[in-house]
Design a binder for this molecule. Structure first.
Ligand SMILES: Cc1cc2nc3c(=O)[nH]c(=O)nc-3n(C[C@H](O)[C@H](O)[C@H](O)COP(=O)(O)OP(=O)(O)OC[C@H]3O[C@@H](n4cnc5c(N)ncnc54)[C@H](O)[C@@H]3O)c2cc1C
Length: 435
C-alpha cells in the first residue's frame, strides 16, 4: 500500500473510531467516556509551553473531546509571560504578576506534561528525542519554541560571562529581574540604552514600551537619568506617532530616540555598544536585544526555510512547507504580510492549527478560510496604555493570510481606560492559554 493510501486508511479508521466512540458515549452516557478507557485517535507532541504551544495543547484536548493524546514538552516549571514583563522592569509589578502555573493543563485538560527539552526530531520515524534520552512517537508534531538569539552577530556577547552582564530580558524570567536590579543599582544621572535590532524581531512595539517603563521609573526615582533608544531601524517600527508623543510630552527630557543605529558589537568591560555607521555609545545600563531567529529545535527538526532564520508554513494548517506532519507556531514562523510576532497572534496560530490537527486526525479537511486577530497593548506609564490591532484573513488566490483593510488600527491617544483594557487582555490571554 502506498504511504498516501496508508494515511487515508488510518484517517478513515480514526473517523470510524471517532463516530463509534461518540455513539458509545451518547448511548451509555458515561461521564468521562471520551477520555477514559478508549483507544487514542492520534498522538500529538507539542514542543514549547509558551503562548503558541500551551494553547495548542489545551485546545486539541478540548476540541477532540479528549480523544487525541497530547504530550507537552517544556523545560520551565512555570509559565512566565513576556507581555507585561516590562512593568516588572519599570518596578510597578513584580515577577509573580507575570508568572502562572501549568497545573490546569494536566488536571483539567489531560495534557501529559514532560519537563524536559526537545533535542532532536526524526521526521521519517515521527519521533522526538528529548535531552533526557526519552523518545516520544507522534502522528503530528507541533513546534512552538519561540526565538533564539543570533549571538554570532554580536561577537562580544557570544559567551556566557558576557551574557550575564549585558542583558536582553527578551525572554521573561531571571533576566527580567536582573535588568531591574541593574536599573536600581544605577546612580541618578546615569544612562540606560536600549539597543533594538533590525526588524523582524519578537514583538515590534515592546522595546519602545520598555523605554517608557524605564523612563517612568527614572521620573519617579532617578530624575537626572536618561533613556537612550538606539534603533537599528530607520524609524519607530510600530505605533510611532503614539510613542513619539509620549517621549515628547510625558517623558520630555528623559527619553531620546535615535534611528539607524545598527549594532555591530559590544565591549562588555566598558558597556559600550558599537554601530555600523554611528559613533559608539557607552551606557551605565546597556540593554541589548540581539538579532533573533526561530528557536534551535526548529533548526534541528529541519523546518527552518527562510533566510536561515524562520519557518515557512501553510497557513491553513501551520504545517511546515518542507517537512510533513510538523506544524510550527508563534515567533518561529516566517510571518505572513503585515502579521506581527506576538503572543496574541501565537495564540491565534495555535487555534487554527489545533482545529486543523483535530480535523486531519479525524479524516476531515481543515477549515478552508481561517481568520486571525491581533491586539498588542503597550504600557506607557504604570496604568496608561496604547494599542495596535489587526485582522488577518486567508486569501485563496495568494495562498496566504492578508490584513483585512479597514479592520483594526491604533489608539487615538494613551489613556487609563486603555491601561485597564491592557491588564484585562493579559489576564484573559493567560487564562485562555492555561486555565
Ligand atoms: C518585553 C516583551 C513584551 C511583550 N509584550 C507583548 C504583548 O503585550 N502582547 C503580545 O501579544 N506579545 C507580546 N510579546 C511577544 C510574545 O511574548 C511572543 O510573541 C510570544 O511569547 C510568542 O509565543 P511562542 O509560543 O512563539 O514563544 P514563547 O511564548 O517564547 O514560548 C516558547 C516556549 O518554548 C520553550 N522551548 C524552547 N525550545 C524548546 C525545546 N527545545 N524543547 C522544549 N521546549 C522548548 C521555551 O521554554 C518557551 O516556554 C512581548 C515580548 C517581549 C519580549
Amino acid at each position: 500500500m502506498s504511504s498516501r493510501a496508508k494515511e487515508a486508511n488510518t484517517n478513515l479508521d480514526r473517523r470510524d473510531f471517532l463516530k463509534s466512540a461518540a455513539v458509545g458515549c451518547a448511548a451509555l452516557a458515561l461521564p468521562g467516556c471520551a477520555t477514559a478507557g478508549t483507544a487514542s485517535a492520534g498522538k500529538v507532541v507539542v514542543v514549547g509551553g509558551g503562548f503558541g504551544g500551551a494553547t495548542a495543547a489545551k485546545y486539541i484536548r478540548m476540541w477532540s473531546e479528549g480523544r487525541i493524546d497530547v504530550t507537552l514538552v517544556e523545560p520551565n516549571a512555570e509559565f512566565i509571560s513576556c507581555p507585561m514583563s516590562n512593568l516588572v522592569i519599570g518596578g510597578s509589578k513584580d515577577l509573580s504578576f507575570v508568572t502562572a502555573s501549568y497545573a490546569n493543563l494536566p488536571s483539567r485538560h489531560g495534557v501529559k506534561m514532560i519537563r524536559d527539552t526537545a533535542a532532536a526530531v526524526d521526521a521519517d520515524k515521527r519521533v522526538v528525542k528529548l535531552a533526557s534520552g526519552t523518545e516520544l512517537a507522534y502522528d503530528r508534531l507541533i513546534v512552538s519554541p519561540g526565538i533564539d538569539f543570533m549571538w554570532d552577530q554580536v561577537p562580544g556577547l557570544d559567551n556566557a560571562g558576557a551574557q550575564e552582564k549585558i542583558l536582553h530580558a527578551w525572554k521573561a524570567g531571571p533576566q527580567t529581574v536582573a535588568l531591574r536590579r541593574q536599573l536600581e543599582a544605577m546612580p541618578d544621572g546615569g544612562i540606560c540604552a536600549v539597543v533594538i535590532p533590525v526588524a523582524p524581531y519578537r514583538c515590534l512595539p515592546s522595546p519602545y514600551e520598555r523605554a517608557c517603563q524605564v523612563a517612568w521609573y527614572f521620573r519617579r526615582s532617578k530624575p537626572k537619568s536618561k533613556v537612550l533608544i538606539l534603533d537599528g531601524n530607520g524609524d519607530v517600527t510600530s505605533e510611532g506617532p503614539l510613542f513619539k508623543k509620549a517621549w515628547n510630552e510625558e517623558y520630555k527630557g528623559i527619553v531620546e530616540y535615535r534611528p539607524n543605529y545598527v549594532l555591530t558589537d559590544v565591549d562588555v568591560a566598558t558597556k559600550t555598544a558599537q554601530f555600523e555607521v554611528q559613533e559608539p555609545v557607552q551606557a551605565d545600563v546597556l540593554n541589548v536585544l540581539p538579532p533573533q531567529r526561530a528557536g534551535a529545535i526548529a533548526r534541528a527538526a529541519g523546518v527552518v526555510t527562510a533566510n536561515d532564520r524562520w519557518c515557512e508554513v501553510d497557513f491553513l494548517t501551520f504545517e511546515s512547507v518542507k517537512v510533513k506532519n510538523i506544524h510550527i507556531l508563534g515567533d518561529a514562523i516566517q510571518i505572513a504580510p503585515g502579521m506581527p510576532k506576538s503572543g496574541h497572534i501565537a495564540n491565534q496560530h495555535a487555534k487554527v492549527c489545533a482545529a486543523a490537527v483535530v480535523a486531519l486526525l479525524s479524516g476531515r479537511p481543515p477549515n478552508p478560510a481561517p481568520v486571525l486577530a491581533n491586539t498588542c497593548y503597550s504600557m506607557i506609564t504604570d496604568n496608561q496604555s496604547v494599542h495596535v490591532s489587526s485582522v488577518h484573513q486567508w486569501d485563496r488566490e495568494q495562498k496566504t493570510v492578508l490584513p483585512v483593510p479597514g479592520a483594526g488600527g491604533v489608539s487615538s491617544a494613551m489613556s487609563e481606560l486603555e491601561g485597564f483594557h491592557a491588564l484585562a487582555w493579559a489576564k484573559n490571554i493567560w487564562a485562555d492559554t492555561l486555565a
